[in-house]
Design a protein around this ligand. Structure first.
Ligand code: HEC
Ligand code: HEC
Length: 241
């Protein structure tokens, strides 16, 4: 929805400009369709700054989380919706960036684009509050693991390719917007890795596509299985620096 709408608007705008060009005979270079197309996503950094600048109210965040519990479990643990990730203990700045990315169509998922949209969470403050609440939920061990066949290979690949950013224990970094991967669901992680390779997760740092697209199915499986088995620690402020 949020992606289709700006495109549709842009297409109408482009059509209108084309008609205007025929009538007037010239279009100023500074106005036109490309500007209309770029507008929606250009708002994301501004919104993220507003979210990070807000003073979060965790109790209000807890109330907002009632909307999320249907898919993300009452305390952000292993979800009932098997497509959804564990949220408990994820870094607040990572949560905030992901919500802004969904809101602006920079990350794609129909359900999350709707929930992070302006109709449901109209204010930057809403995102700040719910992200702060989530960051303080202590994660429990996930029940979603692989069959263990490729764990050792996954561990070696992780050390070589991923550890510099995601950290030796997979804890990520709040300051650097790097997600905690330790103890995340295997099925969710595996899908994200495939989504990167297939071009369906456009907000990931470019390094992922470069490295992950050189790996085979078993190696991706090993990475996801290895990470799901790493113990996850609760995020204590200031966490993951
Ligand atoms: C209808 C089900 C549903 C609801 C309601 C929902 N989510 Fe989600 N959420 C999902 C799914 C499915 C994904 C995984 C999407 C993907 O693969 O990009 C997800 C992903 C996320 C992510 C990305 C996590 C990561 O590790 O990158 C965040 C953050 C998130 N949800 C927060 C929320 C918050 C906050 C709410 C409530 C305001 C909420 N969700 C409500 C289904 C839901
Ligand atoms: C240069 C630093 C860097 C390296 C190297 C790196 N990552 Fe990441 N990773 C990030 C950042 C930053 C994000 C958050 C991207 C975003 O904002 O969506 C991320 C996100 C992810 C996610 C999504 C997590 C979620 O909750 O949805 C997965 C999975 C992931 N990385 C796996 C890996 C694996 C596996 C490797 C090694 C093959 C790797 N990364 C290497 C920086 C890095």
């Amino acid at each position: 929805m949020t992606r289709a709408l700006p495109r549709a608007v842009a297409a109408i705008a482009a059509g209108a400009i084309a008609v205007a060009a025929i009538i007037v005979g010239a279009v100023p270079a500074s106005r036109g369709a490309p500007r209309a197309l770029e507008m929606p996503q250009a708002g994301a950094p501004v919104e993220l700054r507003a979210v990070l600048g807000a003073v979060p109210d965790r109790r209000r965040g807890a109330r907002l989380f009632a909307m999320c519990a249907r898919c993300h479990e009452a305390r952000g643990q292993d979800p009932a919706d098997e497509w959804a990730p564990i949220l408990a203990g994820q870094h607040p700045r990572v949560i905030a960036k992901q919500l802004v990315d969904y809101r602006y169509g920079i990350r794609w998922d129909a359900r999350m684009e709707r929930i992070a949209g302006l109709h449901v969470m109209p204010f930057a403050q809403d995102i700040a509050d719910v992200a702060a609440y989530i960051g303080h939920l202590a994660p429990e061990r996930t029940l979603s693991l692989g069959d263990g066949e490729w764990v050792a290979e996954g561990g070696e690949l992780y050390t070589t390719l991923c550890l510099t950013c995601h950290g030796p224990d997979g804890a990520g970094s709040d300051a650097r917007f790097i997600p905690r991967l330790a103890g995340q669901r295997y099925d969710y992680l595996l899908r994200q890795l495939h989504d990167v390779v297939d071009g369906r997760r456009p907000n990931m740092a470019a390094i992922h596509e470069r490295t992950l697209s050189t790996l085979g199915v078993a190696e991706l499986d090993g990475l996801a299985d290895y990470l799901a088995r790493l113990p996850s620690e609760p995020c204590r402020a200031p966490c993951g620096r």
